[in-house]
Each structure stands twice: as C-alpha cells, then as structure tokens.
Design a protein around this ligand. Structure first.
Ligand SMILES: Cc1cc2nc3c(=O)[nH]c(=O)nc-3n(C[C@H](O)[C@H](O)[C@H](O)COP(=O)(O)O)c2cc1C
Length: 152
C-alpha cells in the first residue's frame, strides 16, 4: 500500500475544503497506517508531482463547469508546462450540483482529463458529489474513499 496521500484542494465557499479535512481524518490516517497532507492548489506548484505519493484532488465547480479561482494557476501550469506524469497516480473527489445538468462536476473533470492527457494514472472512478443530493457531501466522500483505498 502507498505510504502517503496528498489531498489537493480547490474550493470557493469551503465545502471541498471541509470534505478534504474529513477525509484526512479517516481511520487509515488516524491509525497511522498512512500519512496524509492537505494542501490548497493555490499554495503549491506542479513540482509537487515529483513527490512519490498518491494524490487525491478534492475540487468543486464554478462558473459553467469551471474550476474555482484557487485552482486556475495550477491547472494552467499543467497545460503550459505539459510535464510527464506517467509515474503519478491520483484520484478525484469532485463537487458540483446536478442542477447544473450540462456542466455537472465540470471543474474536477477538467483536472481529470488534463492529468490523463499527461500520462497520469487515475485510481478508481471519479467521486461525483451533488450539493442537491440531500446527503452530506463528506458522508458521500468517505464512503467512496473507503472503496478507493482498496484500489491503491
Ligand atoms: C456561481 C456558482 C456556479 C456553479 N457552477 C456549477 C457548475 O457549473 N457545475 C456544477 O456541477 N456545480 C456548480 N456549482 C455548484 C458548486 O460546485 C457546489 O455547490 C459545491 O459544493 C461548492 O463547493 P465549494 O464550497 O467547495 O466551492 C456552482 C455554484 C455556484 C455558487
């Protein structure tokens, strides 16, 4: 099993941040079986992918299927610098709202397709969380996370 997960967070009004904090308190981390770090995408550069860890995006969606402001520079660097990410493994927790039927979870989907086009390997399916699902987003994320761990 991998030793460490870095949660890469992009949030506008705090929900994705809260979800990431909850995931970082999951049993696997509390028990010390794995290390975890939560970072905001506007505080790191794409050099972070030089670290030999598993990455887990936790991002919401704004505009019309776009990324939060805090993810823009990071995302643009991925496009302009086009690093070889063939050694990188990652997962995606995406937040959005199914009311935006045509652009549901569009922000995290942008990150996902950019990572794939750079050769990175996604672990598991995207976790797509809708704000209007009637369920707590952190609950959906934690359920998904437990299954995701099995795939590492
Ligand atoms: C102005 C605005 C635009 C949004 N646009 C989309 C969108 O295009 N697609 C989507 O799935 N969700 C959209 N959402 C929903 C948010 O992604 C969702 O509420 C999310 O939980 C917010 O997370 P955050 O607090 O971490 O930013 C939008 C929300 C707002 C307020």
């Amino acid at each position: 099993m991998a030793k460490k997960v870095i949660l890469l967070v992009a949030s506008m009004s705090g929900t994705a941040e809260m979800v990431a904090e909850e995931v970082s308190e999951a049993d696997v981390f509390e028990d010390g079986d794995m290390d975890v770090q939560v970072v905001s995408l506007d505080k790191v550069s794409i050099d972070i992918f030089n670290e030999n860890v598993i990455f887990l995006y936790c991002s919401s969606t704004y505009g019309t299927g776009e990324l939060p402001d805090s993810a823009q520079a990071f995302y643009q660097s991925l496009i302009s610098q086009s690093p070889d990410l063939s050694n990188v493994r990652y997962g995606v927790i995406g937040l959005g709202d199914k009311k935006y039927a045509d652009s549901f979870c569009g922000g995290p989907k942008l990150l996902d397709s950019q990572m794939q086009s750079l050769g990175a390997q996604r672990i598991g399916e995207l976790c797509e969380i809708s704000a209007s699902s009637g369920k707590y987003p952190e609950e959906t994320a934690l359920e998904w996370f437990e299954e995701w761990l099995e795939e590492l």
